[in-house]
Ligand binder design. Structure first.
Ligand code: F6P
Length: 372
């Protein structure tokens, strides 16, 4: 029978356990395969730490948040040993064969797909599943974790409305999404935020203040702003993009190091941007302004029904692919069904909210300010 390894990599996301279970039940119960789970993502894959997963191990995990296997952000080709960076692909290939594996299933985002591709290039049979609350993975309609996080962020926006209207304040609710604004946009519309700020649309304080003043003129004494953690004003966006271009243009290893250090410096300087914006809006509007950062609350707890369903479907489809011997792909969600997408079309890519997306149009139509 076939023997398969599975791991979860990158930030935890609701639905990871539902996907492990969906894959495992299909692989073991339906196809008679054996399954092992590597601990802590790529770390366990490199260090060869795993557990045997049988029916009992998969029982009762559908509704559990986080990942029963543990996760990490380690990269297979950049492994730090005593300050020295090593490529661990050969070690992983060795572990894979020693454990008699026929396939490896990696649950993660665009970065995990990049790691997966290195293993595919080294001859391993790898399949990935699209996991992230950010919904920013290319070539899939959606990702598991997103729907749950959107529910949580929407409820948070609902709840901060109480304090905003009672105290006549501006409340900036910071929502995850360091590159893409899907979560902020979806929750912002669903929660009826007055202003929605996304990484894709650089804002100006003047535009946001004008929206708030127009509300005041209509008799509203408060405003709720949904702001993505990666949203920036026009000037900060220009600095950030210039720093990113320097990294891309760098030719020598020293130049790459220097450019990356500069990018990190720019990112660090901009990290508190939501607090800066709150101060600027207070000065511009005269309304008391406060910040609520949702943070890991958005990634925690039981997955909603939509994510359980999606993760189960994708997991089961991955087991079908292993059975058919189809590898080097991500199982994408496509309309009502699934589709196997080449990893090269997903690896390292980020799906941003396009400016002409229907959600952007809907936000504008209901009168939400987008800060531009
Ligand atoms: O999963 C992606 C994400 O939710 C981003 O939006 C956020 O920047 C990141 O995780 C933070 O995660 P961590 O603190 O685990 O690096």
């Amino acid at each position: 029978s076939k023997r398969v390894g599975i791991l979860t990599a990158g930030g935890d996301s609701p639905g990871l356990n539902a996907a492990i279970r969906g894959f495992g039940k299909t692989a073991i119960g339906h196809y008679g395969m054996e399954l092992i789970g590597f601990r802590d993502g790529i770390t366990g894959l490199v260090e060869d730490r795993f557990v045997e997963l049988d029916g009992a191990a998969l029982s009762g995990i559908l509704t559990v948040g986080g990942t029963i296997l543990g996760t990490s952000r380690d990269k297979v080709h950049r492994w730090n040993v005593d300050g020295e960076v090593r490529d661990m692909v050969p070690t992983v290939v060795e572990n894979y064969h020693r454990n008699g594996l026929d396939a490896l299933i990696m649950l993660g985002g665009g970065g995990t797909a990049k790691n997966a591709m290195r293993l595919v290039d080294a001859g391993l049979n790898v399949i990935t599943l699209p996991k992230t609350i950010d919904n920013d993975i290319a070539r899939t309609d959606t990702t598991f974790g997103f729907a749950t996080a959107m529910e949580i962020a929407t409820e948070a926006i609902d709840r901060v409305h109480s304090t905003a209207h009672s105290h006549h304040r501006i409340i900036l609710t910071e929502i995850m999404g360091h590159r893409a604004g899907w979560l902020t946009l979806g929750a912002g519309i669903a929660g009826g935020a007055d202003v929605i700020l996304l990484p894709e649309i650089p804002y100006t304080v003047d535009s946001i203040a004008a929206t708030i003043k127009a509300r005041t003129a209509r008799g509203s004494t408060f405003s709720v702003i949904a702001v993505a953690e990666g949203a920036r004003d026009v000037d900060d966006t220009a600095d950030y993009q210039a720093a990113q271009l320097l990294v891309k243009a760098a030719k020598t290893p020293e130049a790459v190091r220097a450019a990356k250090a500069h990018l990190k410096h720019v990112e660090d300087a901009q990290r508190e941007h939501t607090f800066t914006l709150a101060r600027e809006l207070e000065a511009a509007t005269g309304l008391e302004s406060r910040v609520t950062i949702l943070g890991y609350v958005q990634r925690g707890g039981t997955p909603c029904a939509a994510d359980r369903l999606l993760a189960s479907r994708l997991g089961a489809a991955a087991a079908d692919l292993v059975n058919r011997g189809e590898f080097g792909v991500m199982v994408a969600s496509r309309n009502e069904g699934t589709e196997a997408v080449p990893l090269s079309e997903v690896a390292g890519k980020v799906k941003l909210v396009p400016p002409d997306h229907a959600w952007i149009a809907a936000a504008r139509q209901v009168g939400t300010g987008l800060g531009d």
